[in-house]
Design a protein around this ligand. Structure first.
Ligand SMILES: *Cc1c(COP(=O)(O)O)cnc(C)c1O
Ligand code: SF4
Length: 391
């Protein structure tokens, strides 16, 4: 048999929709390209025409395949195709809604809370979400994070012993090559006072083929390592996205989810119930439900606080407690996260509190006669007069 001359095909570089790098290279952006792919509404056309001046557009072909071409209200579509509302800056909206730049000791660290900090590993994402609160930083060429920024960040963590928890964020850290990501994780892990590492990523949602065996094998070497992802709608829980979560969970990585409450996307109790219960089936624990941050040009996607509270009312008690996230407002200007929710306390007295259960029934909680909460063994366990370790 005549053997054909071997062709110069790089077999170690799969190239096609199953390859995450292919997905990133073939991202969909811009008015002309989208116009050729689906019938756009006038509102979307207005948003897309202006987008280049405001916030980048970029959609992986995989995530785009979830877009309903026939309905502008498709929850996937609304997260990635800009609308005219992005051009409107509502009162109180800010470029830096979380006041992050005020808690930025070095350029790649936000240190807002005493024992944990956020490390900006890069400023690129797999897709660009229309509700992004860090739009001033991500996808903008000028602000790119350099290797020296990262060295300074690692150095900052090293000389700040109060930091026990490092959240690697960005941008999306899982869009880095496995080697590059490992360099960062290994540098953080080498710092003895860092107890846990967390990664914040939307990759399981928008680029699930990235979660391959190579990546999970690397991540599992750096335990305790947690991942928080960002599903906003049950439509995003495709078989491949579920498989990505499965693979991470099988690597022993506890998974959490942060949902942003988005008007018309997931501001519906039945959508959230479905999302949160399905996440549990994928071993992802709903962690936070965020009220929309006051980022410029996101007013059309935010709900009232009452809507958030109403959603919680319809979750708590009705579905597994494990499926119920904390509703949080990350307060404007860097004042930190505040938990909010329905008020289940009707009255509080020294003898009893009157509570309202999830079905609206009133019930008394009788208070005990003695109330000193001191744990006498604390001094033995922690050592006398050593309150610092306990706090
Ligand atoms: C949200 C956030 C954290 C983490 O907060 P947790 O409540 O511990 O999840 C840490 N740093 C910054 C700057 C944050 O915004
Ligand atoms: S993945 Fe996160 S950081 Fe990136 S655009 Fe979306 S919300 Fe913003």
């Amino acid at each position: 048999m005549l053997r054909s001359v071997s062709l110069p095909i790089a077999t170690d570089q799969p190239s096609g929709p199953d390859d995450w790098r292919w997905q990133l290279r073939h991202r969909i952006s811009g008015l002309a390209e989208l116009e050729s792919l689906l019938p756009l509404t006038a509102d979307e056309r207005a948003g897309l025409a202006a987008a280049p001046d405001h916030f980048r557009v970029g959609i992986t072909p995989y995530y785009f395949s979830l877009v309903d071409r026939n309905h502008a209200a498709c929850p996937v579509r609304m997260q990635v195709i800009p609308r005219g509302g992005e051009l409107v800056i509502e009162p109180g909206e800010m470029l830096d809604p979380l006041g992050e730049d005020a808690h930025r000791p070095v350029s790649a660290i936000f240190h807002r809370y005493p024992d944990r900090c956020l490390l900006l590993a890069l400023d690129r994402c797999a897709i660009y979400c229309r509700h992004c609160n860090r739009r001033r930083l991500v996808g903008q060429q000028e602000s790119s994070i350099t290797r020296s920024d990262l060295d300074q960040a690692i150095d900052y963590i090293r000389r700040t012993p109060a930091i026990r928890d490092v959240l690697i964020s960005g941008g999306d850290p899982l869009t880095l090559s496995t080697d590059r990501l490992e360099e960062i994780i290994a540098a953080v892990r080498a710092i003895s006072h860092v107890e846990i590492i967390r990664i914040g990523t939307r990759v399981p949602v928008v680029l699930p083929m990235r979660i391959d065996d190579d990546l999970t094998a690397m991540l599992r070497r750096y335990h305790p390592l947690y991942i928080n992802t960002h599903f906003n709608h049950p439509k995003e829980l495709t078989p491949i996205a579920r498989a990505a979560c499965e693979r991470l969970a099988n690597a022993g990585i506890p998974l959490g989810n942060q949902t942003v409450l988005l008007r018309g996307v997931n501001s519906s109790a039945r959508v959230l119930r479905k999302l949160f219960t399905e996440l549990l089936r994928c071993r992802v624990r709903p962690y936070y439900l965020f009220q929309g941050d006051v980022a410029e040009g996101t007013g059309h996607l935010r709900t009232s606080v009452e809507t958030g509270v109403e959603m919680m009312q319809q979750l708590r008690g009705h579905i597994s407690g494990l499926a119920v996230p904390h509703l949080v407002i990350d307060t404007p200007g860097g004042m930190g996260k505040v938990n909010i929710g329905p008020d289940y306390v009707v009255s509080r007295g020294p003898d009893k509190w009157v509570l309202r259960n999830y079905e609206g029934q009133l019930v008394d909680y009788p208070q005990p006669a003695a109330s000193d909460p001191t744990c006498a063994y604390d001094e033995v366990y922690f050592g006398a007069g050593n309150d610092a370790t306990a706090s």
